[in-house]
Ligand binder design. Structure first.
Ligand code: 9YT
Length: 134
């Protein structure tokens, strides 16, 4: 069994702060854990407005707190995000995420992240990345 605690993980190398200033994410479960997915608690900072395109991953994002919207780039369709909303990028959808308030999200990635990933120029994570030490 694996048991971890978010408050403790927040003070470890599991907490990744995005260099673009839009988000931070504490990665509670990663590839090395062998579950076939990774699980993160992500904070999207208030005012963030950025595009992502997870070409190499599927992602599900559940909103725990805060308010925002996600816009699907191909269709221009916008969906409000509030506590209880889940959006699922089942088609590797290019999308823009906007935070009207700071948002707390639970994120699941398949395949799992290694640990240190931040977005590349296209808003994707590479499949190869450094893992974390603890
Ligand atoms: C919702 C989203 O994709 N935010 C970017 C950070 C990502 N969830 C992560 O790496 O944990």
């Amino acid at each position: 069994m694996i048991v971890r605690n978010l408050q403790k993980a927040n003070t470890s190398s599991r907490r990744i702060v995005s260099p673009d200033g839009n988000w931070e994410s504490t990665r509670l479960l990663l590839k090395d854990d062998g579950m076939g997915f990774s699980f993160h608690i992500t904070t999207i900072y208030r005012g963030a407005d950025f595009q992502m395109h997870y070409q190499n991953h599927l992602e599900a994002v559940y909103c725990i707190a805060g308010k925002g919207e996600v816009e699907v780039s191909d269709s221009g369709k916008k969906y409000s995000i509030e506590p209880g909303t889940i959006y699922v990028l089942d088609k590797h959808d290019r999308h823009t995420l906007r935070a009207f308030e700071e948002m707390t999200m639970a994120c699941v990635f398949n395949p799992p992240l290694n640990g240190k990933e931040v977005h590349n120029a296209e808003g994707a994570y590479e499949l190869e990345a450094e893992s974390i030490s603890e």
